[in-house]
Ligand binder design. Structure first.
Ligand code: ATP
Length: 146
């Protein structure tokens, strides 16, 4: 059987994950990438997106808000502004955050568009991760569809 890799997901507030896992997939600024045990050293900027890891045949999904990933000596460290395991996601809160961001973006003038888009992305990633883990039947649209 193949070896494991130690995964640590750390935010300014807390240690979210510390576990020996079989594989990690994270969302870098250029898209998804996978890390298996004994991966070559790596340093990669992350974008707000999904990460997942496989352990003993089951997959855990996480929402990651920005940050960096480092792989060194069979350990992967994800340092993120925020991170939640799928089961920790407050779906109602993410729905409200999505609605707030969409409302702001519809106003168009006098808003910080980049900030509202980043908030929308965080909310959508949380909703998608909750959906992937079976906690939400369907994902609401990312736009108001005007
Ligand atoms: P909100 O507007 O609802 O606060 P946000 O995207 O602005 O959302 P962040 O600044 O990314 O929130 O996160 C602040 C803290 O709240 C972090 O610790 C993050 O893990 C947590 N958090 C944010 N949204 C959720 C959620 N839907 N479920 C669980 N934890 C959340």
């Amino acid at each position: 059987m193949a070896g494991k890799i130690l995964l640590e997901v750390i935010t300014p507030d807390r240690l979210v994950v510390r576990d020996e896992v079989d594989m990690v997939i994270a969302t870098g600024i250029d898209g998804e990438f996978g890390v298996l045990p004994n991966h070559a050293p790596l340093l990669c900027l992350l974008q707000t997106g999904e990460a997942r890891f496989k352990k003993d045949g089951s997959i855990e999904y996480m929402a990651i808000t920005g940050g960096v990933a480092e792989v060194f000596e069979n350990k992967m460290t994800i340092l993120a502004d925020a991170a939640e395991l799928a089961r920790e996601i407050d779906v109602k809160r993410a729905m409200k955050a999505r609605e707030r961001a969409l409302k702001r973006l519809r106003q168009r003038e006098k808003i910080d568009v980049a900030r509202a888009e980043a908030a929308l992305r965080r909310a959508m990633v949380r909703l998608k991760v909750a959906h992937r883990a079976g906690r939400l039947e369907s994902i609401p649209p990312e736009t108001m569809g005007e």
